[in-house]
Design a protein. Structure first.
Length: 230
């Protein structure tokens, strides 16, 4: 596989996830029957979501640009043949997820503990007290850019010892993006509630409703270990 192909298929995967995110976001705005599946009873006005779309669009563009450039430059550390043992790929997925999520926990908590950063940057994301799926991209661009470092730390930690599995990376990308869409969707958890330490929608939705804890995203164990679970 060439670098251009790798970047193209990665961006295609991200595009599919973003498209799904928009569908899930618009559904509760126009299908009233879905309200009984939402965690909060707050009525969401379509206009309030439309006002958030420009910033969501900016961060979506940043997502594609940074992913494209970053992965093109990092392509030499990937296994271009895609010939990776499934067990090795699974381990790499877990490594990237753990590094990314632990980084996100401390970074997210710092944005709350530092009142200046909370007021000038992170408060934008918390304007959504009852979020919709694509609100995971409704953040200050600077917050989005710095938060983007998490997965790259995980990837580089693997590359220090061996080649990074392309299939493993794509699996991580799919799980992470769909999880962000899920926990911001506002819909009650179904499958995620049965997975130990997995960040379910209720966990993150509570953080939006009362932003004083539940800083973890993918793995709630960080909140339990560091005493920030609500």
């Amino acid at each position: 596989m060439e670098a251009q192909e790798f970047v193209f298929y990665t961006l295609l995967l991200l595009f599919g996830c973003v498209a799904l995110g928009f569908i899930i976001s618009f559904a509760p705005l126009y299908i009233s029957g879905l309200s009984r599946y939402r965690i909060q009873d707050k009525k969401i006005q379509p206009n309030s979501f439309y006002k958030r779309l420009p910033l969501i669009a900016i961060n979506t563009v940043l997502l594609f640009i940074l992913s494209g450039i970053g992965l093109y430059l990092l392509f030499p550390i990937f296994n271009a043949s895609m010939d990776t043992h499934i067990g090795s790929a699974i381990i790499q997925v877990l490594i990237i997820m753990v590094f990314d999520d632990l980084y996100f926990y401390f970074y997210h908590k710092w944005l709350h503990d530092n009142k200046k950063l909370l007021k000038s940057i992170h408060s934008i994301h918390h304007r959504t007290t009852a979020p919709l799926a694509m609100d995971y991209l409704y953040v200050h661009p600077l917050e989005w850019l710095i938060g983007f470092l998490g997965p790259f730390i995980g990837i580089l930690s693997i590359a220090f010892f061996t080649e990074v599995s392309i299939c493993g990376f794509w699996t991580y990308q799919l799980i992470r993006t769909l999880h962000e869409i899920d926990v911001h969707s506002g819909f009650k958890s179904v499958l995620s509630s049965s997975i130990p330490f997995w960040g379910e929608t209720e966990h993150h939705d509570m953080h939006h409703e009362v932003p004083n804890g539940n800083y973890a995203s993918t793995f709630t164990i960080w909140d339990q270990l560091f005493g920030t679970k609500m």
